[in-house]
Ligand binder design. Structure first.
Ligand code: SF4
Length: 454
């Protein structure tokens, strides 16, 4: 048996792509190792959304040069967004690299490894496909071990946000046929998966470019009917595509978890315009208010970029204002970094000084921490339904899972509760997670109002 070591940077889509690479290579007798020194094949799945993530790729490849010198038949491959962006350049820049596969080319990986082994080639495959069959695995998806599973429903993005590299490294939107997605989720549910996360760069525009295909809310409706499945989540969505039907789905589909990640990026209309986001602050907040009117318990998270070119103090203050107004449950905030090929890098100088970006980032994170802590503390005394994932990574001796509203809940309980639903009374809260005590689990159930006090 040969050993495979995989390092993944970036989003859930990348994690899912890495899982697929592991499965494909398992068919060529590669078993996974967490020790890079013993690997026969190293795969690095990369992210280029921010400059820092890209720099990490070159540092990792630099560290592995010595391994290659010691073990001549070691194969090193790079995939994902940096691979797509750089293509052949990566081979020129990193002489000990053997292969490069783009975001649409994972299905070609086994063939490429053979080209290295048998023909001594250094293959590069970065073609974009228009036919969605490249996302399918002809041999079917192997059994999933955990209680949750990622399911890709679409890839790519047709928006043109000025800061974003995604359309250039993931391509234009392509949706998988709904019958294939539904069959995959049915198989997963039969195999014991209880929660699926539907993945795509812009999931709520699912089906728009495939005549006759279901809409995203219709797809959710069909997945909601799948026996054995208990929870549905999805990421990521664009505010423009938050349709009334999708809002309604939150009120009528009992398996759809009460959580929405809806990136706003900035609270300033002028910055949103420079970012080419396609909505004003009012249009965004109106949508959120309509959603909360219909689904008051929904948890919301968002993405924020600070220090976008020419962002003034006043424009930045408007971002703090929108955080104050909408009181998100969680945010992911980043300092702007110019990305190659994007509109922003071509027309706007990166003129906000790094120390100003850093200071704004700190202020946003501290501001949100207080909101998250306050909102989490409101959960104390309530009972949450938790899908138990396994031992807690942070709290020794405890187990952990996620509530329907996406909050992490740690509590004391036996590990055999893994993969089961547990009712947990919340006893304490931090800004990032909740602490609780087990009330009941598995087949034992108690009736609760949503989020109600027991
Ligand atoms: S919608 Fe999202 S993925 Fe698409 S270009 Fe904008 S930021 Fe990038």
């Amino acid at each position: 048996m040969k050993k495979l070591y995989v390092q993944t940077y970036g989003c859930q889509m990348n994690q899912h792509d890495s899982d697929r690479a592991v499965q494909l290579m398992a068919r060529m007798d590669y078993t996974l190792t967490d020790r890079v020194e013993e690997a026969d094949l190293i795969l690095l799945n990369t992210c280029s959304v921010r400059d820092k993530a890209e720099q990490k790729v070159y540092s990792a490849l630099g560290r592995w040069r010595e391994l290659k010198e010691k073990k001549k038949d070691l194969i090193i491959g790079v995939g994902g967004c940096v691979a797509q962006q750089e293509g052949e350049n990566l081979l020129r820049r990193v002489p000990h690299l053997d292969l490069v596969f783009g975001t649409h080319n994972i299905h070609r990986l086994a063939h490429m490894v053979q080209e290295v082994q048998l023909l001594g080639k250094r293959p590069v495959e970065v073609a974009f496909y228009r036919d969605p069959s490249y996302m399918e695995d002809p041999e079917g998806r192997p059994e999933v071990q955990g209680v949750q599973a990622f399911v890709t429903i679409m890839q790519g993005c047709n928006k043109v946000c000025s800061f974003c590299i995604v359309p250039y490294v993931r391509g234009r939107e392509i949706s998988r046929p709904s019958e294939k997605i539904i069959r995959e989720v049915q198989d997963l549910a039969r195999g014991g998966v209880r929660e699926v996360m539907l993945l795509g760069q812009n999931v709520n525009s699912y089906g728009k470019n495939s005549p006759g295909e279901l809409t995203f809310s219709q797809l959710l409706d069909r997945i909601n009917d799948i026996e054995g499945l208990e929870r549905i989540r999805f990421t990521t969505s664009h505010p423009q595509d938050l349709s009334p039907e999708l809002v309604e789905a939150y009120t009528k589909l009992e398996k759809l978890c009460e959580h929405l990640h809806l990136p706003v990026q900035s609270g300033s209309d002028t910055v949103l315009e420079r970012m080419r986001r396609g909505y004003s602050r009012k249009e965004y907040t109106d949508r959120i208010h309509r959603l909360r009117d219909q689904c008051p318990d929904i948890a919301l998270s968002t993405d924020i970029i600070v220090g976008f070119p020419a962002e003034t103090d006043a424009e930045f203050e408007q971002t703090l204002e929108i955080l104050r107004e909408l009181e998100y449950d969680e945010i992911y905030a980043f300092a702007y970094s110019p990305r190659p090929q994007t509109v922003a890098v071509k027309i706007y100088p990166d003129d906000v000084p790094e120390e100003v970006k850093k200071e704004r980032l700190g202020r946003v994170l501290n501001f949100q921490n207080e909101i998250s802590l306050r909102k989490n503390k409101k959960k104390i005394g309530y009972i949450e339904e938790v899908l138990v994932e396994g031992p807690s990574k942070l709290r020794k001796g405890q187990i952990m899972g996620r509530a329907r509203n996406n909050r992490i809940v740690n509590f004391t309980g036996p590990e055999c509760l893994s993969r089961q639903m547990a009712q947990v009374r919340i006893t304490a809260a931090s800004a990032n997670s909740l602490l609780g005590e087990l009330v009941s689990s598995g087949e034992v159930s108690i009736t609760l109002e949503p989020g109600g006090v027991a």
